[in-house]
Design a protein around this ligand. Sequence first.
Ligand code: F6R
Length: 603
Amino acid sequence: MCGIIACVGSDDAADTVLTGLENLEYRGYDSAGVAIQNGTDLVVRKRAGKISELTGGFVRDLPEGVSGIGHTRWSTHGPPTDENAHPHTSASGAVAVVHNGIISNYEALRSELETAGYAFESDTDTEVIPHLVEQYLTQGLDSDEAFRRAIDRLEGSYAIAMMIEGENVVRAARQGSPLVVGLHDDAYYLASDVPAFLEFTDEVIYLEDGDIVTAESGSISITNLAGDPISREVDVVDWDPEETGKGEYDHYMLKEIESQPESLSNTIRGRIDPDEPAVRLEGFPAGCFEDVSEVHFVACGTSYHASLYGARLLDEANVRVRTSRASEFTGRVPDPEGTLVVAVTQSGETADTLGALRAAWSAGADTLAVTNVVGSTMAREADDVLYIRAGPEIGVAATKTFSSQVVTLALLAERLTEDIDGAIRRDDLGSYLRHLSVLPDQIEEVIRTSRAEALSTKYEDRNAYFFIGHALQHPVALEGALKFKEITYEHAEGFASGELKHGPLALVTPGTPVFALFDGKHDEKTHTNAKEAQARGAEIIAITASERTAEFADDVLVIPDTHPDLSGLLANIQLQFVSYYTARRLGRPIDKPRNLAKSVTVE
Ligand code: F6R
């Protein structure tokens, strides 16, 4: 969704805000803007387009300033135009506001303000906020009161930062959209996400819904809407600012694909002991899942595919399990006492998943968030949290976080199976964990040896791309297709191998590439169905560790031999490369695909 950044007390607010916007561009990139306060004047610059278009000359005459706010937008109300870009200002220009979220009662507020004589310049819901503040200022309220009164009128979700001309103060409010504070000496930063200000500080406060912040150089206060002081802990984040840069890579996506040996090592570290053999998850001691009789995953997109992987493992262990797309979750939990609802979410902020988590909680189920982002809304709202420890992911297309989600869910599946009555524990746990412990090295091998780049040249001009897999390879096939369509803009679909002949085969024409995933255990179905497609002219690209399986294929992407339950993780790396290199050949904006945003905080 949109990203907001604000700072006060730093030496050069304009530079800080622009740096923050560049760091946040993955959250939205159809327009951007800044407002900088130089003590007396409030200077606003904004326009449709990417951050680089804003920074490239357009803002050269900005004052350095001592405080500032900035915004990168992903449109929800109104198209990406200069007028709809944030900050939005009041009629006099004295109040500037940036906002992430949706003001659900904006139509009523807008018509009330229009009746009172306020003219609107944009189609956005946000513009009601500066007008409301100005109205209250005109009525004689001081800045603090005017801001609080305006916030009190808003319904919906918001993270807001506001400045008033002549005051070196940033005021902010949070309700339902993420907002974090960064602290460094006398300077304060406010942003939608920690990477925005990570090069300035690693000390953060995660705000809660209802918090109001007033920050000026050397002093910050957090209160509730009524003005009562609220105390929030300061956390130190252990993400390295280097991790959030592109380094020598052309794209974040490639960097993130190639960092998977490291991110996966972090996911596993201290959690597995192949010798005992045992899985240990911090915060989930032996017996803690004894009351669970059913597991219900809720998630979206890539996280949904990771959930399908986890669910299949539990199903094979005889655990009652369901998986819902969060946006389709009905909120019904027939046995709340025994149900553990697991929200799987990289960002911890996805509105559909958050809605499902809250519905499950209201229905009386125990809730667990499996997420990458410490301090995210779902990490805080769920009864328990399990971190996937993948480190910051900036590319809009999820890559390393999918692998870390799958492995975290695989470990969770082992812990659940250990505790749940009637579950069947795997009899090869030691060997499974041993294979898991060397998976990061095997991923390294795939990265070193992959032929995906050459293959993408061969297949770059086809009309459609299919991905098939059976059992644990099925979610990987779905993920392969999602990644492919997301960044290449080409038509791609993933299917369960056996489903091909029940309809999709009609779409196969001579030359259609079919990526077929083999795990060494469930290969027959995929083999038969791939051959059927081949008989209709499809070209089969086998992703396999077995030379024998590969014999019939038109092309092969080799993966190292591993445990069948882990082979999908290696196959997925090959598919990530296929998507990446195809998108690159087609000249797509890989890190920021059109119409998509990293964190989708609207339903
Ligand atoms: C695809 C992708 C999305 C996300 C989905 C859920 O590459 O990244 O499909 O997986 O929007 O996001 P999270 O995991 O943050 O809840």
